[in-house]
Design a protein around this ligand. Structure first.
Ligand code: ADP
Length: 391
């Protein structure tokens, strides 16, 4: 077990796609892209001064759009990517010179990364052979892990990875991560290649293991359900930077900026840009929206504001709604039923407003129908449009 810290970690790569063709010939001649002097314009900043602390025994999940640096972050922690600036510490010890094989990490990848020429027991014992651990100890450890993974897991051990299904391969890969008693679990999109049912089963299996061992974990995924289910805290990344770290509830209730608000949530927050401040109101299209007392001192006349509200703040009904709130009329553009929750997501449009709400499945709605909408004015979020920062 270990506390993991990243201090001001930056990684940049030469992006071959941005190197002009004439330079590519030169690159081929010199054969080593890394040693080439390259202009800043040809570099991708995969991580940009990243600071993160994962307390001992907690699992952090990392989400963000494709290319934002999630895998690079994981690879830096693992030591697979060692060309970085800044520091990576395990329990306050700088890991710069320690190769991945000596860090006691259990890694699980999307593509399983099993050795095809060994049977599965061989895949599990590889680490012990490498570290010259006795056969008896190795057998005990494999048996213990196999028992943990469930009765039928034993039957997979004599087979080779090539004869297993995707789900079985991933179970072997998870067992291989556990068998070595790691200080740290690292997962890089481990469930992406599995079908929906297996994804849920394996997710539950991983959750049980994380709980059982209380091993520090870092889990990269593009799937928010996974991030919510497995993470004690969620790290939201964007363009090589960490935008925010927190529990799902913290991130949903208090997003620090428009990126986090517009990224997290299924679906994410409604965001309406194009508004500006006039006195104590926000002018957005034809609507005048009252600004909360807390936000009023933080804004100036003419300031450009993006308005945010979650689906749950929107009430749609056929009858005219009463009480406080922004009252609108809108056309139903699309409906998405959720039979497990007995709710439906309604996509509504009126003029420049385009947003989603949620209501019970019992409310019978049709496409094209005009509905009355009330948006709870206590649940509005205001973002400075230029900086994206939440006010
Ligand atoms: P993610 O996992 O969030 O999709 P990555 O960490 O894989 O993102 O990549 C971050 C950025 O760094 C991307 O722009 C990607 O193209 C670039 N990148 C990653 N690895 C390399 C590499 N070995 N060489 C060049 N560019 C890379």
């Amino acid at each position: 077990m270990a506390r993991i810290q990243l201090r001001d970690v930056s990684v940049s790569f030469t992006d071959p796609a941005r190197v002009p063709v004439s330079r590519m010939f030169q690159v081929r001649r010199e054969r080593n892209l890394e040693d080439m002097p390259v202009e800043a314009a040809n570099r991708v900043q995969a991580l940009d001064r990243v600071n993160l602390t994962i307390p001992n025994g907690q699992t952090f999940t990392v989400v963000g759009p494709s290319g934002c640096g999630k895998s690079t972050l994981l690879r830096v922690v693992a030591g697979i990517e060692n060309k970085y600036r800044g520091q990576v510490l395990y329990d306050d010890v700088d890991m710069q010179d320690l190769p991945p094989g000596d860090r006691y990490i259990g890694m699980v990848f999307q593509n399983y990364a099993l050795y095809p020429n060994f049977n599965n027991a061989g895949n599990l014992s590889f680490f012990f052979k490498n570290h010259k651990i006795s056969d008896e100890q190795t057998r005990e450890r494999i048996q213990y892990t196999s028992d943990l993974m469930g009765i039928e897991f034993n039957e997979l051990l004599p087979r080779r990875p090539g004869t297993l299904s995707g789900g079985e391969k991933q179970r072997v890969a998870i067992a291989r991560a556990i068998v070595r008693v790691p200080k740290l679990f690292l997962f890089d999109e481990p469930l992406s290649n599995l079908d929906a049912k297996l994804r849920v089963q394996t997710r539950v299996e991983i959750k049980k293991l994380l709980h059982k061992f209380s091993i520090t974990g870092l889990y990269v995924t593009h799937d928010q359900q996974e991030a919510i289910a497995l993470g004690d805290q969620i790290v939201v990344m964007h363009a090589g930077r960490i935008e925010q770290v927190g529990t799902y509830q913290q991130l949903m209730e208090n997003p620090v900026n428009v990126f986090v608000a517009g990224f997290l949530g299924l679906p994410p927050m409604n965001l309406l840009s194009g508004g500006s401040i006039s006195g104590d109101k926000l002018v957005l299209g034809d609507e005048l929206i009252p600004i909360s007392k807390r936000v009023q001192p933080l804004v100036q006349n003419g300031q450009r504001i993006t308005l945010g509200f979650r689906l749950e703040a929107v009430q749609a009904s056929v009858e005219k709604s009463s009480g406080n709130g922004i009252q609108l009329q809108g056309e139903v553009e699309a409906l998405e039923p959720d039979y497990t929750q007995r709710t439906q997501v309604i996509y509504i449009r009126n003029g420049i407003w385009n947003y989603a709400g949620v209501c019970s499945l019992d409310v019978k709605l049709n496409l094209g129908q005009i509905v009355n909408v009330k948006i709870d004015s206590e649940r509005l979020y205001f973002f400075d449009t230029d900086s994206g920062i939440r006010l």
